[in-house]
Design a protein around this ligand. Structure first.
Ligand code: PRX
Length: 635
């Protein structure tokens, strides 16, 4: 059932260069893991001690209402106390926090001091709009500095942000606004993508017809085309920031460690996306520890996490953790291969990037352009590489390692999820690597691969990936739906109290973990997580479609591509024009990333007697594989 896109595991080893081993922050990961395992809470407490708190905790972990775990209870903090405020009293205030490059080539740089002043101004703007601690704010923006400022300003005043990725459609945006009940929305006129304008404000206008709860829209100007501004509702960012109210000093809200920091929606097996909730205290401890150890981040580094701030990768490793560590990050707007196939490599050379963290789908896409585009740039500044989002196929791993990393940069293949907040299974720079394996759990993290009864699977046998004890940056609940939190993550191994990750995996004889793919009805397309249910309901909302089933089929470039099967209503004509129309319809309903690569019109769908669509049968057929056990098939 698992999505198996690529070659089987290899057992080739790659050893880290001695100079990296010598300077590594964690010289002996195994010893660190053993120490953490011996007293997990003491280990996390020690990590928490590296940060600032207004008040320290009474308890490191409160498990009295498990699986609603609470970390650092009694403590008071604010993630921006650590990400911004504490740097202002040190020499770091003049260090560069962000270097940003827009798609047309414009650049901006923010020192910690400057970033903090911008955040303060915007925090004052938000307070001026009547926002208080606990009020949710939806952010729908592209990769411009304002999205980072907006997120941090929300955190600063204690208003949980809900960032909706700019690639989502009006319907997806409306659903997420509705679920979070946000009264304020922050957006921009448009975003640059491959030389074109993505009209974000237009999408917002359409979404708000369905979500009248939004009272105020703040619009940052980026692309400059004419847009409609609704009087009394829509305000320009730059005008609000220029008002006397937007002073450069702002008090940081004192938050309980367990107060919500953000909601981030992610696709699940059924129904609408889940609002994954993260909090201030545990999240800051875990994300900063993992970034510091896995990428050995130093003051002199230029860190480039090439994700979008709209995804968990961007939340944790563009916005929060690098700032907590006082690092210098690079941020860019646009697409990897535009305006030229060597944009990535040119930016690395120009900005002296020392660590690149990106996704296999981006690597495969860039690989397609050929080695010459890479080789015309001096990439000697690179020290470490990273991968996230889906299993990396050995071919892409080797290209990344050899051609991009010149054979000297180890690849940190980090397995984690929106729900986990930070890296869970990952090498550290000193760990010998095998291409395609995320190696072992991070110190303090307990995982296993188990069968349906919860027995540990022997080496080489596929099973379910579980996390066996709580960790500080775990999701706290599904926003507004605690029962779903229990059902989705904690019910399958309720007796053991394990978290079900929803992935299948296998251990090898060295104890390395190989993540295979999702076991549920979630697709990873270009590293984006899509629920089959979301796409299916998008299709069915079209008047011509009576029923739909969606599967993922392996794709060289994207990992998986979406394939759809539709039963049409009587009288509808299943022709090419309808295929095109349905694609457009899904684009509008769900978003461009969800558009099926192929749509087939069928008379029936394989179902169980209880009426569940057997996607595995469709999948096997699509790939010309044996159909497997059909005993539960209805017809
Ligand atoms: O299936 C795993 C895959 O991405 C899923 C999580 O998706 P999302 O919540 O969108 O977060 C992505 C970025 C953290 C996982 O359940 N996945 C993520 N990283 C890897 C991976 N699969 C294999 N190897 C990885 N390194």
């Amino acid at each position: 059932m698992a999505e198996r896109g690529f070659s089987p595991p290899t057992s080739e080893w790659f050893h880290p260069p001695p100079e990296l081993v010598e300077r590594a922050r964690i010289a002996d990961p195994e010893a660190t893991s053993a120490r953490a395992a011996a007293d997990r809470l003491a280990f996390w407490e020690e990590r928490a001690e590296t940060l600032d708190w207004y008040r320290k905790w009474d308890n490191v972990l409160d498990d009295s209402e498990a699986p609603f775990y609470r970390w650092f209870t009694g403590a008071q903090t604010n993630i921006t106390l650590n990400a911004l405020d504490r740097h202002l009293h040190t020499a770091r205030r003049n260090q560069v926090a962000f270097i940003w490059e827009g798609e047309p080539g414009d650049q901006q740089t923010f020192s910690y001091w400057q970033l903090s002043r911008e955040v303060n101004r915007f925090a004052n703007v938000l307070r001026g709009l009547g926002l208080q601690k606990g009020d949710r704010v939806t952010i729908y923006m592209g990769r411009i500095p304002e999205i980072v400022i907006a997120m941090l300003a929300c955190a600063k005043i204690g208003a949980p942000h809900s960032v909706v990725y700019g690639g989502f459609s009006e319907q997806a945006l409306a659903d997420r606004i509705q679920d979070a009940q946000s009264r304020v929305l922050i957006t921009q006129d448009g975003a640059w993508l491959r030389g074109k304008i993505v009209r974000l404000k237009e999408t917002v206008d359409a979404a708000l017809q369905q979500s009248p709860i939004v009272e105020t829209v703040v619009v940052a100007r980026r692309t400059g085309q004419d847009i409609t501004m609704q009087a009394g509702r829509d305000y320009w960012w730059h005008e609000l920031m220029a008002s006397p109210q937007a002073g450069a000093e702002a008090a940081t809200a004192v938050m309980d460690a367990e107060d919500p920091l953000f909601i981030l929606y992610t696709s699940g097996t059924t129904g609408k996306p889940k609002g994954v909730l993260h909090t201030h205290g545990g999240y800051q401890v875990y994300t900063s520890t993992t970034l510091s150890w896995v990428f050995d981040l130093r003051e002199e580094d230029r860190w480039w996490c090439a994700a979008d701030p709209g995804w968990i990768t961007g939340h944790s490793y563009i916005v929060y953790a690098p700032l907590i560590l006082g690092a210098t990050s690079f941020l860019y707007e646009g697409a990897p291969g535009y305006p030229a196939p060597d944009r990535y490599w040119r930016m690395i050379a120009e900005h002296g990037i020392s660590i690149l963290y990106t996704a296999p789908t981006a690597i495969r896409g860039l690989m397609r352009y050929g080695d010459d585009w890479v080789k015309r740039h001096d990439l000697s500044s690179l020290r470490l590489l990273g991968s996230v989002g889906e299993p990396i196929n050995p071919e892409a791993w080797k290209w990344y390692h050899q051609v991009v990393g010149g054979g000297r940069c180890p690849i940190m293949d980090t397995w984690w999820q929106t729900e986990t907040g930070g890296f869970m299974i990952t090498p550290l720079p000193t760990v010998p690597l095998k291409p395609g394996s995320a190696t072992r759990p991070f110190p303090g993290i307990e995982v296993d691969v188990v069968d349906d009864e919860g027995n540990s699977c022997p080496a080489g046998v596929d099973g379910k990936l579980v996390i066996q004890s709580p960790w500080p940056s775990m999701l706290r609940t599904v926003y507004g739906d605690p029962q779903r939190y229990i059902d989705q993550y904690w019910s399958e191994f309720a007796e053991q109290g394990w978290y079900l990750a929803g992935d299948s995996a296998r251990k090898d004889e060295d104890g390395y973990i190989w993540v295979i793919g999702r076991i549920d009805d979630v697709l990873l397309v270009s590293g984006y997580r899509l629920g089959t249910a979301e796409i299916e309901s998008g299709l069915v909302s079209h008047a011509a479609v009576a029923e739909a089933a969606v599967i993922g089929v392996p794709d060289e470039l994207r990992g998986n591509r979406v394939q759809a099967y539709c039963i049409l209503v009587a009288g509808a004509e299943g022709d090419e024009a309808l295929v095109a129309e349905l694609k457009l319809h899904v684009r509008r309903e769900v978003g461009p990333i969800a558009v099926p690569a192929a749509i087939e019109f069928v008379e029936t769908l394989p179902k169980t007697r209880s009426g569940k669509i057997m996607r595995r049968v469709l999948k096997a057929e699509a790939q010309g594989l044996p159909l497997g056990d059909l005993s539960t098939l209805e017809d």
